[in-house]
Design a protein around this ligand. Structure first.
Ligand code: M6R
Length: 614
């Protein structure tokens, strides 16, 4: 979490820093700040709240400096106020930080005992003070030494003491014209521009300037100056995202834009991968290795967090049915601290939009350390998870900026559906229920079906607008609709801040039915699939207790229409693609309710897009 931007070059730094922060705000928006290297001293400005507040307070300051660092914060240590906002100054240096310093308390105690005064509650200031303490001691010991050599030695010595995953960028009063930093498990992307160098936590802030970037290597100190980025092991890569992909493009929010991009995103994700007929292999990047991997697999763990975990849960149904594969789904934060059984033939697949989620990355590393074959389904090219997994099945959703994930989820489900069909084919399985052929065809026409559902967006948004006064919203589904119900509830709570829970329909009577009264809305997913009759019985039970019913079913289903207060009829869909299509109305219901409540759609409170802390 937290977004870092740094610029040094020929242009005024402040507009570049503020624009970069706006693009990184999805990473956290509790406070924002910048520091510029001025002729007399650093110019530091910090402000509680989102970046717009910082933009406001910096208007008219006439700051024309050409070198600076900036930060947008997702609070971990210390309240989200101005005092704890970055950058943090310590003597000659000023520093911004993303990540967590796990042993900050003991370092702080030691530094305090030696006379260092702290002005914030952050772990960041501890890192800054530690570097500065080491720098000033080294400078005292060798008064004639080059300030850069001393600073780098201090940074290295501090790095050896701090524990945790982090990225820092700093400036020194003694060395104008240069930024210094380290990526140690929290990503930093750098780009050498025509007129200087740009550093940021994520591609979004770099791509509008240049599409040739370097993912800074872990553990290496880098220097940025007017000539570019200097670092051992630096590789330059070309990214095929364009600047327009990180703009709202006329939509009132990124989330709405991303919801409407779903037909295109699914088409992009399938392009070049979908064979011409269901019996032929899907086309993947490493075809031979892919075939070897899946022919020998005995057990599959799918590991992820949040929305990505819901995609994994839906995929379990696909892999079990089409590939007859033992598939276990795990929440990454639990998996990493369990002692999972990795027998020969185990494959671990991690799913992550950002490719940087700390728990998912730790789960991947655990599997890698234990010698298990791993693959990732990530949306951000070259993200840490993508790079550290043995195989990649990338989603092609493009940058997802709304904090609530939408298009990345449908792209994940699309890849998982295609992969499970292909693995079933590779393993020579013909499932008893024979849904492969229709699901293959369903995938091929998925972009058109999504378009059709989106053409009714206003209807879904309007229903969402009516939900703001309900005491709680329950989302219910069976089979592949159960994970979609969980995802519907997650979208709803993230965006509206109202209580929402997802349940397997069969679980209702084991407890949640106690909630039911007229102030409770139950949103049920009941397409005409093999579980339909059972779900209808569950609906009757809710109706009998006076619950308010919104039902998503197959178009023309008179039974559901009669039972429900609102009925959303969706076109009949294949078994494998129905979960993807059903997710769309739920995204729009949540959006409609949140908009009516005047919530911050793209940046719901307390959340961040990229969760790089545990
Ligand atoms: O980037 P990841 O897919 O690994 O992120 C996992 C979760 O943090 C993420 O899905 C989160 O639940 C979103 N806010 C959901 O909208």
């Amino acid at each position: 979490m937290c977004g870092i931007v740094g610029y040094v070059g020929e242009r005024q730094a402040l507009p570049i820093l503020l624009e970069g922060l706006k693009r990184l705000e999805y990473r956290g928006y509790d406070s924002a700040g910048f520091a510029l290297q001025g002729p007399v001293d650093f110019e530091i400005k910090r402000n509680a709240g989102p970046v717009d507040g910082l933009v406001e307070v910096s208007k008219g300051l006439g700051l024309t400096e050409k070198e600076g660092i900036a930060h947008t914060r997702w609070a971990t240590h210390g309240a989200p106020n101005e005092t704890n906002a970055h950058p943090h100054r310590a003597g000659e240096i000023v520093l911004v930080h993303n990540g967590i310093i796990e042993n900050y308390a003991e370092i702080k105690e030691r530094l305090t005992a030696s006379g260092v005064k702290f002005s914030s509650q952050t772990d960041t200031e501890v890192f800054a003070q530690l570097i500065e303490a080491k720098r000033s001691r080294l400078a005292e010991d060798s008064p004639g030494a080059n300030p850069e050599t001393t600073l780098i030695a201090a940074m290295k010595a501090a790095m050896a003491e701090v524990e945790g995953h982090y990225a820092i960028v700093l400036m020194s009063r003694q060395i104008p014209g240069k930024l210094y930093g380290i990526q140690n498990g929290a990503p930093l992307v750098g780009s050498t521009l025509k007129d200087g160098a740009l550093i940021a936590s994520d591609l979004q802030a770099v791509i509008p300037h240049h599409n040739e970037v370097s993912f800074l290597p872990k553990g290496e100190i880098f220097i940025a100056d007017r000539d570019g980025i200097h670092c051992a092991g630096l590789k330059v890569e070309k990214i095929d995202w364009t600047a327009d992909k990180v703009e709202k493009g006329g939509y009132e929010s990124f989330m709405l834009k991303e919801i409407f991009q779903q037909p295109m995103v699914v088409a992009d994700t399938l392009t070049g991968r979908l064979p011409s007929d269901p019996k032929s292999p899907f086309i993947w990047d490493h075809q031979k290795a892919h075939e070897v991997l899946w022919k020998n697999v005995k057990r599959l763990y799918l590991v992820a967090c949040g929305t990505s975990a819901h995609a994994a849960m839906a995929a379990k149904y696909f892999f079990e049915r089409w590939a007859r594969l033992d598939c276990q789904v795990d929440i990454a934060s639990e998996f990493r601290y369990r002692d999972p059984v990795f027998e020969p033939g185990t494959v671990v697949g991690v799913i992550s939009q950002s490719g940087e989620t700390a728990d998912t990355l730790a789960a991947l590393r655990l599997a890698n350390e234990r010698g298990v074959s791993t693959f990732s389904i990530c949306n951000v090219p070259n993200s840490t998870i993508a790079r550290e997994s043995s195989f990649q099945y990338p989603t092609k959703a493009g940058p997802e900026i709304g904090v609530a994930s939408t298009k990345a989820f449908t792209a994940q489900l699309t890849v998982l559906c295609a992969l499970a069909l292909d693995v079933g084919r590779l393993r020579g399985i013909q499932s008893a229920r024979d849904t492969e052929q229709e699901s293959f065809l369903g995938l091929a026409r998925l972009p058109q079906d999504l378009d059709h559902i989106l053409s009714r967006s206003e209807e879904f948004i309007r229903i969402g607008e009516t939900l703001g006064k309900q005491r709680i919203i329950l989302f219910v589904g069976r089979g592949t609709m159960f994970p979609i119900a969980l995802e519907g509830a997650l979208k709803f709570k993230e965006l509206t801040y109202l209580p929402a829970e997802g349940f397997a329909a069969g679980e209702l009577k084991h407890g949640p039915i106690a909630y039911i009264d007229p102030e409770v809305t139950v949103i049920t997913l009941a397409p005409k699939d093999e579980w339909y009759q059972k779900t209808v019985s569950n609906l009757e039970e809710i109706r009998a207790r006076g619950g308010h019913l919104i039902t998503l079913g197959t178009e023309g289903d008179r039974v559901l229409e009669g039972l429900s207060d609102s009925f959303i009829g969706l076109p009949s869909a294949a078994w494998g693609t129905a979960p993807i299509l059903s997710a769309i109305p739920l995204q729009l219901l949540a959006y409609g309710c949140a908009r009516a409540l005047d919530r911050n759609i793209d940046k719901p409170r307390n959340l961040a897009k990229s969760v790089t802390v545990e």
